[in-house]
Design a protein around this ligand. Structure first.
Ligand code: SF4
Length: 353
């Protein structure tokens, strides 16, 4: 058996984006407004776009929400995904109103005839379908057969949904196998990648609040991505969805899968630290977060080790007693007074853009 790496997954088109086949891993999020509240939903999506969101999902619990899609889509720029449960008629309505992708599970949106109608319409409008397997909602018959919730049970659940679509000759499929239990999610995603080459959406569901949810998502999503698995990602936080985007970007940047402007390297401080490094690092991070140029900036606490330890940084500072050094790629270019360190560094950074 061969693990299907992201370079070898099928490519699907979602609006003007390509998912799979080694294309850049896209960052997704989901609105938490009422979709029927069109203005609030548009505003949140525009804010998510500004933060770097590349695909956004909205819940479609009603016909009114499905009909809102047309207006929402006319005001946004990124692909819109409709999240639909148990009602194939809402899926039909979402497609007719211009949705770019559906998130449905064909096994639970209604009768066979209803599924056939959705697939027929999805083909006609070129709308891909994400099947979202979730460890918390695996079919009872599968749980019985596989002895509870585990990776093979999740794979079987995915297979049943995929079989329905494949029997109708529909292959524009993306799969997710989310769990809030990190080892289970890693196991499920890697097991799936041994069996299928459909593009994969990676997430750790219900990861938690900002701090711990960020860590949990980073560990889980990072472990899966590092095996070459994953074509889109979503960080699920009990917080403002904008925070999900920041976390997702940094996961991709940390694995050097994508670049998003400035990366700050900061030493952890020690007994040699000669400046208020923690405050200085925070100030530099805040002042450079809008810079789009890919730059590694080092903020180091001492002259003895700083420039050498951070030699891979494009530019950096090393604090000393009452003065500091500015260096580029480990080479010292300037010595400045401590109180001028921040301004001198920012000037150099601006000159590099
Ligand atoms: Fe300590 Fe200097 Fe290393 Fe920072 S760079 S941890 S101050 S030795």
């Amino acid at each position: 058996m061969i693990l299907c790496k992201r370079e070898n997954t099928r490519i699907i088109h979602v609006k003007d984006r390509l998912i799979g086949g080694g294309n850049p891993i896209l960052i997704q999020s989901m609105t938490n407004t009422k979709t029927e509240n069109i203005e609030a939903t548009i505003n949140q999506i525009l804010a998510l776009e500004e933060a770097g969101c590349e695909v956004v999902r909205v819940t479609i619990p009603s016909a009114e929400a499905a009909r809102s899609i047309e207006k929402i889509i006319s005001h946004i720029h990124i692909p819109l995904v409709a999240d639909i449960h148990f009602d194939y008629k809402l899926a039909l309505l979402a497609i007719e109103n211009g949705i770019n992708k559906l998130r449905i599970n064909p096994g639970n949106i209604g009768s066979r005839a209803g599924v056939e109608q959705v697939v027929e319409k999805a083909k006609q409008y070129k709308v891909p379908i994400r099947i979202g397997v979730n460890s918390g909602s695996i079919e009872k018959s599968i749980l019985k057969e596989y002895g509870g919730v585990n990776a093979l049970a999740m794979l079987e659940s995915a297979k049943r949904h995929i079989d329905i679509l494949e029997a109708l000759e529909f292959y524009d499929i993306v799969i997710s196998l989310k769990a809030s239990h990190v080892p289970l999610a890693i196991d499920a995603y890697t097991t799936f990648a041994y069996h299928y080459n459909y593009p994969i959406h990676v997430g750790i569901t219900e990861a938690g609040t900002l701090y711990k949810g960020t860590i949990k998502s980073s560990v889980g999503i990072g472990a899966i991505l590092s095996q070459g698995i994953g074509d889109t990602i979503r960080v699920s936080l009990a917080d403002d969805p904008i925070k999900e985007i920041e976390c997702a970007k940094y996961i991709l940047q940390s694995l050097e899968l994508r670049k998003f402007g400035v990366e700050i390297i900061a030493c952890p401080t020690c007994g040699r630290t000669e400046v208020n490094l923690i405050e200085l690092a925070k100030r530099i991070e805040e002042s450079t977060k809008d810079i789009k140029t890919n730059l590694k900036i080092a903020v180091m606490g001492c002259i003895v080790n700083g420039p050498g330890e951070a030699r891979e940084a494009d530019i950096g500072i090393a604090g000393g007693k009452n003065e500091g050094l500015i260096f580029k790629k480990g080479q010292i270019i300037k010595k400045v007074k401590e109180e001028e360190l921040f301004d001198a560094l920012m000037k150099e950074i601006r000159d590099m853009q």
